[in-house]
Ligand binder design. Structure first.
Ligand SMILES: [Zn+2]
Length: 289
């Protein structure tokens, strides 16, 4: 690190160094069973689709997004939501839901059917670094929440849906450091129980409604999982309005470890995001003018 230079640049360099240091670490599993993998820049070696036509995340350029007046509002029915457990899968912290029926679904917007909520998880950076996957006009956010849903009207299992072009719908919500978000406390207060990779504990009666902003205005585009196997099966719905989170709450996410309890190495779970991928001619549609 140089002694001089603008502090912003220094911070940026630190974040990049942290990313480069993460030789064996990886970003989050949108697929829960993925083992330890090399970093995003070498994923293409094992997963050629990493260079495919509809990879995620992307940088969203608001002025290039096309307003589509035919896009209905999205509607979220999480009222009778049944969360089951919270776990550390070695890539992120994941809250899973009972998805045997249509009790918790997203519908409307670009979706032809109701899609069932399967799980949600987060991506975040190191302290003072940004950690969202999608960016907006080049701006990154502190963290990004992904609510993962699958098309149970058309496919018989999550695994089957995960490989189909219209199989998954992921709702992305940005987190911005400001005040504490009360709804996040139940999650951040449970993280000490899932510090190590492979740990899981009961997590009942959590309704993700408390993690949503007041506006459901969104951008939508066809994309992929952001971790291997990077299947191009996701209809992305990214909300424009971020929710807030406190620095203290973000600090609790960074107490998680990429490692299991048996491993000698202890690497803090942070910077578990994939950088934006080429748009390759895709259109981002906006639900608003
Ligand atoms: Zn994700």
């Amino acid at each position: 690190m140089q002694d001089s230079g603008p502090p912003g640049l220094e911070l940026h360099t630190t974040c990049i160094k942290r990313l480069l240091m993460r030789s064996t670490a990886t970003t989050i599993a949108d697929m829960p069973h993925v083992a330890v993998l090399p970093g995003p820049s070498s994923w293409y070696k094992d997963y050629p689709i990493a260079e495919g036509a509809r990879q995620s995340p992307i940088n969203i350029a608001p002025e290039e997004a096309v307003y589509d007046h035919g896009l209905p509002p999205i509607s979220l029915h999480y009222d009778n939501c049944t969360s089951t457990n919270i776990s550390n899968n070695g890539h992120s912290v994941v809250v899973e839901f009972d998805d045997v029926d249509d009790r918790s679904v997203i519908q409307g917007g670009p979706l032809e059917n109701a899609y069932r909520l399967k799980q949600f998880h987060f991506h975040w950076g190191g302290k003072g670094c940004h950690g969202s996957e999608h960016t907006v006009a080049g701006k990154t956010y502190t963290s990004e929440l992904h609510l993962v849903h699958w098309n149970a009207a058309k496919y018989s299992s999550f695994a089957e849906a995960a490989v189909a072009p219209d199989g998954l719908a992921v709702l992305g919500v940005f987190l911005e450091v400001r005040d504490e978000r009360g709804g996040l406390n139940k999650i951040t207060d449970s993280l000490y129980m899932v510090k190590f990779k492979g740990t899981v504990t009961d997590f009942r009666d959590f309704n993700p409604n408390c993690l949503l902003p007041s506006s459901l205005k969104y951008w939508t585009y066809p994309g992929s999982l952001t971790t291997p196997p990077l299947y191009e099966s996701v209809t992305w719905i990214v909300l424009t309005e971020p929710i807030c989170v406190s620095e203290k709450q973000m600090g609790k996410f960074r107490t998680l470890l990429f490692n299991s309890e048996e491993e000698e190495q202890r690497t803090r779970m942070e910077n578990n995001f994939r950088p934006p991928q080429p748009l390759k001619g895709r259109t981002v549609r906006a639900s608003f003018k």
